[in-house]
Design a protein around this ligand. Sequence first.
Ligand SMILES: NC(=O)C1=CN([C@@H]2O[C@H](COP(=O)(O)OP(=O)(O)OC[C@H]3O[C@@H](n4cnc5c(N)ncnc54)[C@H](OP(=O)(O)O)[C@@H]3O)[C@@H](O)[C@H]2O)C=CC1
Ligand SMILES: CC(=O)[C@@H](O)[C@H](O)COP(=O)(O)O
Ligand SMILES: [Mn+2]
Length: 394
Amino acid sequence: MKQHLTILGATGSIGVSTLEVLRRHPECYEIHALTAHRNLLGLARQCVDFRPRLAVVPEAAQLDELARILRMLDPHCPTVLRAGEGALEEVASAPEVTTVMAAIVGAAGLASTLAAARSGKKILLANKESLVMSGPLMMQAVVQGGACLLPVDSEHNAIFQCWPKDEGGRSGVEKVLLTASGGPFLNTPLQDLVKVTPEQACQHPKWRMGKKISVDSATMMNKGLELIEACWLFGLPPEKVEIVIHPQSLIHSLVGFIDGSFLAQLGHTDMRIPIAHALAYPQRQSSGVPLLDLTVAGPLTFLPLERQRFPAVALAEQAMQAGGTAPALLNAANEVAVAAFLAGHLNFRAITDTIAQVLDQLPTQACTTLEEVMEADRRARHSAELILSGRNPC
Ligand SMILES: NC(=O)C1=CN([C@@H]2O[C@H](COP(=O)(O)OP(=O)(O)OC[C@H]3O[C@@H](n4cnc5c(N)ncnc54)[C@H](OP(=O)(O)O)[C@@H]3O)[C@@H](O)[C@H]2O)C=CC1
Ligand SMILES: CC(=O)[C@@H](O)[C@H](O)COP(=O)(O)O
Ligand SMILES: [Mn+2]
């Protein structure tokens, strides 16, 4: 039976890789909807190529321009255009949709991912921020909605592939080893980190990704978010998730067992592998990526995490331990600080300093609803913006 897909964030790095995998298997997939934010030309081209039933943008004011571009590229394209926040949730939960690729970046993806969970979809989760912000709420929505949450993030997809398949689902697991490349500044002298540029921070040594996640990899907030993501996906306390630096990024993560075995997943640094895996699960399908030739891969090296260089990891661990709104505050402060860094308004080191200040200033509260999570998100953004504008937040 064909899967009917909505791709949230179709114009991004993950969205484009997803479409490349789908193109290989036209007999298996039908595209219900593609969504984008600013890249209207990219979205229109995808509509011409893939003929989704719907194309969605966040703002009604963008619709005329999108329609004009689409008419110019292909006057006969049958895709219907929609706009508005509600439209994202609608295409994530429509009854005819079986599968949702959650690949919007940041908190903007939360409501639509949650809608997919509540309506029982197969969710391919790239948008880690939505799970970080709303852990218990999202996991409860998955269970109550009868959804199937499959990790696409390369590390979590690797862990999922190595995870025991017994009934309870965790027999004999001692810990999880989350591999980290170390990012572009693994060997940069610490005193030089204040002057690194957004261009340098976005030059990830192993992966081509969107700008926000690239900066997160450089500060290693990406690994902090992934630690929280792993705790929710696999039901682990943070102390069972260990981060190890693996600069080659060929082992995507490992599961360690009480008998002394490690299971690891290896492959090229190409997101089509975890995307193809999650799409076809529990079957396998070709991704377009060949197997790694181990005789030419070179040595695989591992180093302990240098905590002084990457203070973001401790901030994420503290937020996970604190629970409640703390991970949402962490995520929102990070999004504001990364955007300020990318805009040239903040030095690289000040990203984590800003997040630490926000977490110090705002109390952690219990939260059980989407509205409470979004309120925490708003408070942290406000607080971070006041800090960045040099005013004293109250
Ligand atoms: N890239 C990768 O290899 C990996 C990414 N991830 C995660 O996947 C997610 C996507 O990352 P990536 O593809 O790199 O990011 P990109 O920046 O490349 O793409 C982001 C996508 O989200 C859309 N978008 C951005 N803001 C909004 C908004 N406010 N409302 C609706 N849509 C929006 C963008 O639209 P437009 O382009 O039209 O503006 C684009 O389609 C992130 O959560 C990231 O952490 C996880 C593992 C690996
Ligand atoms: C491809 C992927 O999953 C990214 O999250 C990647 O892991 C980033 O690399 P590092 O965060 O390890 O630098
Ligand atoms: Mn990852």
